[in-house]
Design a protein around this ligand. Structure first.
Ligand code: ADP
Length: 508
């Protein structure tokens, strides 16, 4: 096994189910890469452990090779061999674990959504710790993410610290409390955890069912640091309404729980260098933005008769969380007010997908509305670049990235004040907020009136005060949504946790 090179900074190992761009489903993958790259730049040694899925985008991995030795790990009363691969993704060293288990856990053609996900990821969590132990790693921080690798926290303290992998503090980040991975308590034994000991109200027992265990709850209880992806969401999940059953656990452990807003990858999302868009542009040279708007109108067959007509964009998964009824409302209201509307989205929920297909057909050859119901990375860049405004009317939103990307491309966000949107979009008319950070239009009540009023204010400014609008667009483009400040907050949490542990150790 390869050993870690010496580093004067911290040694941080992420154990995760996703990493952008090679194994990405959602924001979690972006965080692992964005946070990892930024901390690496600051001089820390950052390594990642991932499952070796068959569906990884292998062309994004440099120098992928299998190690000579295998790692043996425990599951369901037996030992299984794991082949270990190493490679580099976006400059970060990554270990890929390929289990030689008859169930072919990561040969399923997809990342999640298998009937045995609980087994797949509890297996992976244990194998990852086994790898660190056998490789003689001495990390300062082991950082796990979401329910899939939440098992790492109890496994570490119950099994691996006693075996000698005991240099680390455990940090757990929950990217969305909607997904907790609860399962029948008996399933926990497969990875070697003691189901009887852990199925207790103060440990892993699900707060709504006595015979179920909840991996996210386990990670909250057993980690030294618990984070989520924005300060407002961290507050919301501590309420009965927003906590999805975990508010009491989070309140009990509130001293170790914080919300840190995610950043965006400002290299990938940069209108001055973006190769997906027709004409590159920047805050100081906005001509290109108008050309991108003209280009997408041609591409989508929208009317080009009036180039002053504002274009509203929306790029999203079409799921209830994203406020689908408000998105529909925004389409009609934008049209009534003389705007154009472009939606790029797809839905895993069949009735929502069907409903939007109906709307897409209704507007099939309309001059001012186009719905494109698929996932399309390239088109998403063109829409960010072309649109004047961007709607994000989420019902809840742990962090949200599109509001930050939209601003970087000079598209003014119109957002519901919830979760990470509340921490990144500030209403231009809100006197309580310093003028220099006011950057968009917000509303609170998730109904027609709410979204209408925000849209109307945006249209008003756009149409009646061109100079103010231009200044707003330029201000948005210059806002800093890079990972720098968020990564510094993680760095501080890591460091404080380590010094607390060292102080405690020196007093015994
Ligand atoms: P979530 O992770 O809940 O889906 P985020 O706002 O955190 O929401 O991240 C969504 C990311 O996925 C953004 O980068 C957005 O541009 C992208 N995205 C969403 N839907 C599509 C789509 N249909 N085509 C292309 N990109 C999309």
């Amino acid at each position: 096994l390869t050993s870690s090179q010496a580093s004067s900074g911290l040694h941080v190992i992420h154990i995760a189910a996703e990493m952008a761009p090679v194994a990405k489903v959602g924001g979690l993958g972006d965080v692992v890469t964005g946070l990892g790259k930024t901390l690496q730049k600051k001089g820390h040694l950052v390594e990642i452990v991932l499952p070796k899925y068959d569906c990884i985008q292998y062309d994004g991995i440099r120098d992928l090779r299998a190690l000579d030795v295998t790692v043996e790990s425990y599951f369901d009363g037996k030992l299984f061999q794991n082949k270990i691969w190493v490679g580099t993704v976006e400059g970060l060293p990554v270990y890929f674990i390929e289990p030689h288990h008859p169930n072919k856990f990561f040969w399923r053609g997809q990342y999640y959504g298998e009937h045995d996900d609980f087994k797949r990821f509890s297996y992976f969590s244990r194998a990852a710790l086994e790898l660190l132990l056998q490789a003689g790693k001495k990390p300062d921080i082991i950082h796990c993410h979401d329910w899939q690798t939440a098992f790492v926290a109890p496994l570490y303290w119950d099994l691996y610290a006693p075996k000698g992998l005991n240099s680390a503090r455990i940090c757990f980040t929950c990217h969305n409390f909607e997904y907790q991975g609860a399962a029948s308590a008996s399933e926990l034994a497969s990875c070697g955890l003691d189901a009887e000991q852990l199925n207790r109200p103060d440990r892993m027992q699900d707060n709504t069912s006595q015979d179920r265990v909840n991996p996210v709850k386990g990670a909250i209880v057993f980690s030294n640091i618990v984070t989520t992806v924005s300060p407002t969401y961290a507050q919301e999940v501590r309420t009965a309404e927003g906590g999805k059953g975990l508010h009491s656990t989070l309140n009990f452990h509130s001293r170790k729980f914080v919300g840190i807003l995610n950043g965006i990858d400002t290299d990938a999302w940069n209108p001055a260098t973006d190769n997906f868009i027709k004409v590159q542009y920047s805050a100081n040279d906005m001509q290109g933005k108008a050309e991108n708007k003209a280009a997408i109108r041609r591409q989508l067959g929208l009317s080009s008769a009036d180039d002053q007509r504002p274009m509203v964009g929306c790029i999203t998964r079409l799921v209830p969380q994203k406020g689908v009824h408000l998105i529909k409302q925004a389409i009609y209201r934008s049209l009534e007010m003389g705007g154009q509307f472009v939606l790029l989205g797809s839905s895993p929920v069949p009735h929502i997908q069907m409903e939007f297909e109906g709307i897409a057909n209704q507007f099939q050859s309309h001059d001012h509305v186009r719905l494109i119901l698929k996932y399309d990375e390239s088109l998403s860049h063109s829409i960010f670049a072309a649109s004047d405004m961007f709607i994000i009317p989420s019902i809840f939103e742990p962090c949200g990235l599109t509001q930050m990307i939209a601003m970087r491309y000079g598209s003014v966000p119109i957002a519901r004040k919830t979760g990470g949107l509340n921490d990144s979009v500030f209403d231009v008319d809100d006197e309580a907020i310093p003028r220099k950070i006011r950057n968009g239009f917000t509303f609170i009540t998730p109904d027609e009136q709410g979204i209408n009023s925000a849209l109307e204010r945006a249209f008003n400014l756009y149409k009646n005060n061109k100079e103010s609008w231009k200044q707003l667009v330029q201000k948005d483009m210059n806002m800093d949504f890079s990972w720098d400040s968020s990564a510094s907050q993680y760095e501080e949490l890591y460091t404080k946790s380590l010094s607390r542990a060292r102080a405690a150790a020196s007093t015994v």
